[in-house]
Design a protein around this ligand. Structure first.
Ligand SMILES: NC(=O)c1ccc[n+]([C@@H]2O[C@H](COP(=O)([O-])OP(=O)(O)OC[C@H]3O[C@@H](n4cnc5c(N)ncnc54)[C@H](O)[C@@H]3O)[C@@H](O)[C@H]2O)c1
Length: 350
């Protein structure tokens, strides 16, 4: 039985707690949140008695084998390192860290501790992605030389800590771009990034005056403070000649929200979002193939279940996760280079 603790009991924590609660090989033994009301309500809901408002006291609980870290971005690296030093396996929500020094420090702590650290790149665990990965690994797309991903919200700045750069590290790029870059890079076969060019824009503010349109909000929603970008785009070049273009927004004068993830290879292409499709050529004819699976798009809750179950299996069987810390470091490099390129108005060599 794996004994698990969860740090940070806000919006995303339920997507960790519920699958742990339902996994027969897991017992949730502790929860930590600085907000006592949320903490006690989660304790009651998931029948957990060890409730902490202080991370140090939580991590001192020797019963805990593994933790999920679901706090603000600026505490991810620090809490992960402390947890590893206390001999606990770690499932760390994205992003890995706010800067490269922290990312390398987490990587070093993983090596030192010999514990499992899985980065919360939940989109890798979507069923449609798992299906496509099998086709890619079998060579159906050949070498993927171009990928393109958009995650554009017309209205969706989550406010609170998300829109405070000192706590989040940035806006849609570090929040949504992490997922987009990670997913494409993973499916492209993790080529080595060599240069990055990007732009960020702060043109529209958070548009909290807009009425009658709902969106994802931080547990402590507050629209007063906003110093993050509204829109970011980036072009990443890889050593093998492949390239990736990504654009993401918290708000934009767009007709509707848009999510699209597309990959183009020498032997075929694929769309992961908005719906899985595989594009091939056979006998002088182009084929648009629709895999017959229950859901062709990203299933938010179901992908978290897959992610949590994978983490639990890795901890119990002591095997490396499909989303290890080294991948988190590479994605952090690409992401930060987009911010640096935008700030300096030039291409960044990695
Ligand atoms: N994988 C995904 O698709 C996905 C989606 C949403 C959020 N996230 C990530 O999950 C994390 C949390 O996001 P959220 O939307 O749940 O935010 P949230 O604001 O709803 O919840 C964060 C919680 O952490 C608590 N907290 C913050 N610092 C703490 C500390 N030092 N010790 C104890 N508790 C602390 C807060 O009180 C709050 O309850 C973020 O890193 C975010 O990037 C991931």
């Amino acid at each position: 039985m794996l004994k698990v603790g969860v740090i940070g009991g806000g919006s995303i924590s339920e997507f960790h707690l519920r699958p742990y609660f339902e996994n027969p090989n897991v017992e949730i033994v502790a929860i930590c949140d600085t907000n006592e009301v949320r903490l006690h309500s989660l304790g009651k809901k998931y029948l957990v008695e060890n409730l902490y408002t202080e991370v140090g006291e939580f991590l001192a609980n020797e019963q805990i084998d593994a933790v999920s870290i679901c706090t603000w971005n600026n505490s991810h690296a620090d809490i992960a390192i402390q947890a590893l030093q206390k001999n606990k396996h770690v499932l760390l929500e994205k992003p890995l860290s706010l800067n490269l020094e922290e990312a390398y420090a987490v990587e070093a702590a993983v090596k030192e501790s010999k514990k499992i650290l899985q980065v919360g790149n939940v989109r890798r665990f979507a069923t449609n992605v798992g299906v496509l990965k099998k086709f890619i690994d079998a060579g159906e797309l050949g070498e993927i030389y171009y990928a393109k991903a958009s995650c554009l919200r017309r209205l969706g700045n989550p406010g609170g800590w998300f829109s405070d750069i000192s706590k989040s590290g940035g806006g849609p790029l570090i929040d949504l771009g992490t997922h987009m870059i990670d997913l494409c890079w993973y499916l492209m076969g993790k080529p080595k990034p060599v240069s990055v060019s990007g732009n960020t824009y702060k043109k529209l503010g958070n548009r909290s005056h807009i009425e009658n349109l709902s969106f994802y909000k931080a547990a402590d929603y507050n629209a007063e403070h906003n110093d993050v970008e509204d829109l970011a785009n980036g072009l990443i070049r890889f050593e093998n000649g492949a390239s990736l273009f990504v654009d993401v927004s918290f708000t934009l004068h767009a007709k509707q929200d848009e999510i699209s993830v597309k990959l183009y290879g020498e032997n075929g292409g694929a769309e992961v979002e908005p719906e899985l499709a595989i594009i091939k050529e056979q006998h002088e004819t182009i084929l648009n193939i629709t895999p017959q699976i229950d859901l062709l798009s990203f299933d938010f809750a179901g992908s978290f279940v897959n992610e949590i179950n994978h983490f639990v299996d890795c901890c119990i069987n002591n095997v490396q996760p499909i989303s290890p810390v080294s991948d988190g470091v590479e994605v952090t490099k690409m992401l930060l280079a987009i911010y640096e390129s935008a700030a300096t108005n030039q291409e960044i060599k990695l």
